[in-house]
Design a protein around this ligand. Structure first.
Ligand code: HGY
Ligand code: MN
Ligand code: MN
Length: 437
């Protein structure tokens, strides 16, 4: 089995129990039993690839392939191991598996660098368990300082309890932060989760920037009442108000520029029974755009529209900001290296594109320069069980990743690279990168 095929097979293996908390499909929430089983499995694959493996204080799995010299800074490669509900098998996980395959490729050839290579599987990127996302990524990047940690999931389980049950301690969560000098750069390969590469018949793409996103929690409070006896003209129906708000959000998203998207993905209705006029509704709002300005203007328009609806319907509204991820440019120097790597791996001029989906790289950009490689996915489908990739594309992705690492080594050793100098010398032998089995 080729390395690319093995990466796909491993994502498939991890797509069901015991690596999923959903017996009927894939749901791997942060710190759940599926997460735990997955880290044990990935740890074994990391060791087999020639790395040491550890779980950090935030529940991330980290494999390390040592450098030519001890205690060297690391090029970090990774993505996330958690998933949304009813997920596809490749979102996040494929990037972790490709990192492991890239290290295995070098280890099999006895190739080491002036820097270490670390492969990281972030435990929480999706925010599918607790109300905010990228918790485990922000722990590594050292950007959790402002984040309240008194979070609870849908079942009322607190982050502190979930960490404790996982064998970790909330008090130590922030100790997962990596000193800037530990990490030279962060590189993430990920499925595109969109239609562009398939539409242009391309296996790979290079990410120039990642769209800005805001996540809100909106709460509408009306008056609950008997569905049979509360006259229509006397009602302050929280769900009817929320429904009008959802359509307003959709209208604002549609009226904006091409890159603007606005989504209500989750809603709870209380008391949530057929014969009671809803008194309380809580729903999520996700607003994204290629620039912070477009994103923020849309958010202001949404707030004004929802306030107007609440006033007219005489319900109360609160909108709480839960997540603010700024538009993230990838490092120009690393992006140039990735474009050259894709050209070598595919023989075609690379396609550069903006990512509408959020990624761990957005947060890691707060610590180090970042670069992203996209792989084609069928019909652009993602966050859905029909998510699919082609093995040949993953082989091409692996060629691009190993070529990128060689280019990165040359650039850092020459000191002309996008990131600081490495200490130590390259080995004489430079394997023929076209020799992928
Ligand atoms: O929401 C996103 O864009 C990512 O899949 N977490
Ligand atoms: Mn996702
Ligand atoms: Mn993802």
């Amino acid at each position: 089995m080729g390395a690319g095929a093995r990466a796909v097979a491993r994502c498939d293996e991890l797509g069901s129990a015991p690596y999923s908390d959903d017996p009927a499909g894939l749901f791997r929430p942060y710190l759940g039993p599926g997460h735990k089983a997955t880290l044990e499995r990935i740890s074994a694959w990391m060791v087999a690839a020639g790395m040491t493996a550890r779980i950090d204080a935030a529940g991330n799995i980290i494999g390390r392939y040592e450098a030519l010299v001890p205690d060297a800074s690391a090029l970090m490669i990774g993505s996330h191991v958690d998933s949304v509900r009813d997920a596809g098998r490749y979102d996040g996980m494929l990037g972790v598996m490709l990192g492991i395959e890239a290290v295995a490729w070098f280890a099999e050839r006895g190739r080491r660098f002036p820097f270490a290579i670390e492969v990281i599987g972030f435990g929480d990127e999706e925010g599918s368990r607790f109300p905010v996302s990228m918790l485990a990524t922000r722990a590594v990047a050292g950007s959790l300082a402002e984040q309240p940690l008194d979070l609870t999931d849908r079942d009322g389980i607190g982050l502190d309890t979930a960490l404790h049950d996982f064998g970790l301690d909330l008090e130590h969560l922030r100790k997962a932060a990596r000193p800037r000098e530990d990490v030279l750069a962060y590189v993430e390969s990920h499925i595109e989760q969109g239609p562009v590469l398939e539409a242009e018949d391309r296996a790979l793409g290079v990410v120039s920037a990642i769209a800005a996103q805001l996540r809100f929690r909106a709460a509408v409070k009306g008056v609950a009442g008997h569905a049979g006896t509360m006259a229509m003209h006397l009602r302050h129906d929280a769900l009817a108000a929320a429904a009008e708000m959802v359509l307003a959000i959709e209208r604002i998203g549609n009226a904006g520029t091409e890159d603007l998207v606005a989504t209500v993905g989750h809603m709870t209705v209380r008391p949530g029974v057929p014969n009671v006029v809803p008194g309380d509704v809580i729903f999520s709002i996700d607003i994204r755009a290629g620039t912070n300005t477009v994103r923020d203007q849309a958010a202001d328009t949404v707030r004004a529209a929802l306030t107007d609806i609440a006033h007219r319907r005489q319900v109360t509204l609160s909108v709480e900001l839960q997540q603010d991820l700024k538009a993230t440019p990838c490092d120009p120097g690393l992006t140039r290296l990735m474009e050259q790597a894709v050209q070598t791996a595919t023989g075609t001029v690379p396609r550069t594109l903006v990512s509408g989906a959020g990624h761990d790289a957005m947060v890691m950009a707060g610590l180090v320069p970042v670069s992203m490689l996209f792989l084609r996915c069928r019909a652009g489908i993602s966050h859905h069980p029909d998510e699919a990739v082609m093995k040949d594309d993953v082989e091409a992705g692996l060629r691009a990743m190993t070529d990128f690492i060689e280019r990165f080594a040359t650039s850092t050793v020459d000191g002309a690279g996008a990131v600081g100098k490495a200490d130590g010398q390259l080995t004489e032998q430079k394997p023929d990168l076209t020799g992928h089995v």
